[in-house]
Design a protein around this ligand. Structure first.
Ligand SMILES: Cc1ncc(COP(=O)(O)O)c(C=O)c1O
Length: 444
């Protein structure tokens, strides 16, 4: 594909073929994400998506942080085609491809976290991590955080700190205690980072002194809040959380479903902080788009899981395993975590300069290639610029840049999460479109 021709928009969006398909789809499918701009994807390669009318887009979404190695990577195409021709399902029977996947994960995980269980989705991985934490400690309560997202099952929704994920499913399981996250742009405790001394960590100690003592098993934390709008805490928040867990004899569980496999600029997000969690939940980029997740844990903790069990129909499926091995191989061989760090800094530099020019940008933040831009109507009151964010998003899609729809706690954050292999040239072109959309909406 000639990259000069990207983006290339030659019909209105959706185009004629896309409209026909959307009409057929609307008769049957229960569409669960209504705010999307309807680009009907036909194929994708690297960081470029082509729709059914032949329009070409730059992908700043990675299909929600999944396609870290890029779409249709030749290593995946070859391995998955070969695997599907050989063996695609065998329930729990051991296979060579499974051993290879475990060895691939072990080659990048730290020695104390090499006991791994493969699961199907991030949501399932979180459920399992909680079950094993409870079984290991013999305690029930789980500390989680306001603004966190852990999945859509009842248990995950109960852990999640976003109201609309929790709403509507009836009573949620009990045993989850929510604490403030270090969302320093909008501090729950009304403090400024320069002088707050991380009171949010002190809040945790108060929790333990007042009512969480005695039956708390673990703290489950996202290394950055993804769905809440790429909210990156100061490193001291996560380091302090590790110390807090040690002081109170709790397990520390990192929900890295979104953050791992190179996206933050390291293979795993915890590598930024100089400590290890006790359990890590992995997903999204782990198998290059084959639905797969995993939970990695300490050996002694894994003994507790053996006792409670977790067999599941598709877990450790040969296609998942081939995807895991290919994913680790490509990330390491192509140095994609390091590339994510470099491209992420380049995009952040550009965003910092744009922040000087456009008052609509309230906060631009990120780690590696997980970047969030929070739009506000006024920098002092920080009133969320919801309609403006939506207008920017629609402008972006129609000019050939795919991002997720505005999200975050106030629906005013656009996230930038391209495949890690995106070239500087294409990332720059995407940022030109980003700036153009902000300029046009600012001038309205
Ligand atoms: C941090 C985190 N945990 C869990 C999940 C749930 O993963 P899945 O959608 O694969 O169930 C997500 C999904 O976005 C996530 O971001």
């Amino acid at each position: 594909m000639m990259l000069n021709d990207v983006p290339l928009i030659r019909t209105e969006i959706p185009g004629p073929r896309a409209r026909g398909l959307l009409e057929r789809q609307s008769r049957l499918l229960v569409y669960t994400l209504p705010s999307w701009v309807p680009v009907v994807w036909e194929k994708a390669e690297g960081a470029v998506v082509t729709d059914v009318d032949g329009n070409r887009y730059i992908d700043f979404s990675s299909g929600v942080s999944v396609m870290n190695t890029g779409h249709s990577h030749p290593v995946f195409v070859e391995r998955l085609q070969a695997q599907v021709a050989k063996l695609s399902h065998c329930y729990f029977s051991p296979t060579e491809v499974q051993v290879e996947a475990m060895e691939a994960l072990a080659s990048v995980l730290p020695p104390t976290l090499r006991r791994v269980v493969l699961t199907n989705t991030g949501a399932e991985g979180v459920e399992m991590a909680v079950k094993v934490a409870r079984a290991f400690t013999g305690r029930n309560d789980i500390i989680t955080f306001m603004g966190s997202f852990h999945g859509r099952s009842s248990l995950d929704a109960a852990m999640t700190g976003i109201w609309h994920v929790r709403k509507g499913g009836g009573p949620l399981p009990s045993g989850h205690i929510h604490a403030p996250y270090a969302y320093c742009y909008r501090c729950s405790l009304g403090l400024e980072r320069e002088c707050c001394n991380l009171q949010c960590l002190r809040y945790l100690d108060d929790l333990m002194i007042t009512f969480a003592r005695g039956d708390t098993a673990a703290a489950v934390v996202e290394p950055y809040l993804g769905v809440a709008g790429s909210i990156v805490p100061p490193p001291e928040f996560l380091q302090g959380l590790r110390a807090f867990c040690d002081r109170h004899n709790l397990l520390l569980v990192f929900d890295e479903v979104q953050a791992s496999f190179g996206r933050t600029g390291k293979m795993f997000a915890f590598e930024h902080y100089g400590f290890l969690p006790d359990i890590v939940i992995l997903g999204k980029g782990i198998a290059g788009g084959v639905p797969t997740s995993a939970v990695a844990m300490r050996e002694d903790i894994s003994d507790a899981l053996r006792a409670v069990g977790w067999p599941s129909t598709f877990a450790a499926n040969p296609l998942s395993c081939a995807g895991v091995t290919a994913s680790v191989e490509v990330l390491v061989k192509e140095g994609l975590p390091e590339k994510a760090a470099r491209t992420g800094s380049r995009i952040m530099e550009r965003l910092n300069a744009m922040t000087e020019r456009y008052p609509l940008i309230g906060d631009a933040r990120g780690i590696g290639l997980s970047i969030g831009v929070e739009f506000v109507r006024d920098r002092i009151s920080k009133e969320p610029a919801r309609e403006e964010s939506r207008a920017i998003f629609e402008h972006l899609t129609r000019s050939g840049l795919i991002t997720l729809p505005p999200g975050g706690l106030y629906n005013n954050v656009i996230r930038i999460t391209p495949p890690l292999m995106i070239s500087e040239e294409l990332a720059d072109r995407g940022m030109d479109l980003f700036e153009d959309a902000i300029r046009q909406v600012s001038e309205r």
